[in-house]
Design a binder for this molecule. Sequence first.
Ligand code: DGL
Length: 252
Amino acid sequence: MPSNAPIGFLDSGVGGVSVLNAARKALPNEDFILYGDSANAPYGTKSEEQVIDLVRNAAHILMQQGIKALVIACNTATGIALETMQKELPIPVVGILPAIRPAQKLRKEGDILVMGTPNTVKTAAVKKLMETDGEHVHLLGCPGLMEFVEKGELQGLLLHAHLQQLLAPYLDKQIDVVALGCTHYPFLQSAIAEFFPESTQYIDGSVLTLEELNAELTRLDLYTDKTAPGTTRFMTSNGEETIRLMEMLASR
Ligand code: DGL
């Protein structure tokens, strides 16, 4: 039966807004709630047990809001906690992973650079993707990078210097595609693009996430039957400033 309940999104912080933005475009009549766990970010350098506990907690906060489906809009949390959440929650749960397979379709004769958190590039889910689609792929864990987005710093000298240090080993290679494997990184795309030729393409995993969400909502007949534009609500474990940052990123 059609449902007018909201779709919940969770992330370790404000990065989930990049996936939410794609969802709002694709599903304009749905209502959304995003919970950003900025007070406990980053997830990318925490232990698996810690990440599972934090994701479980964030998911329960969203469940209390009566969500009909959950999108784990965080590559790190998906890699570590997706299966646990799918087992524990009574609603459909989908996640996001680095878009390695779609990146292979865009690759020409050069390589693919996958940027993710230190945890994401080590997860079994990414290892599995590497077994099937890992040719010409470099995995790069990027400690300290999501923190720039959490501070609303999407440009600037400090960010440029941080990226320079991370990207240095790849700057003499032909990088055809950069897979932005952390939901914070699409907001840094122009800062990252300063290091690569114009022909380099950028991709994130949100297309696949939306395909999976669509499959679940269709299978369970959960799409809204409202025809009015949907609403979006932001929640955070942090303060008002984080909500304002999410609103700013949602307007991009
Ligand atoms: N936005 C997150 C991701 O997609 C994680 C950033 C972090 O908490 O380290 O991986």
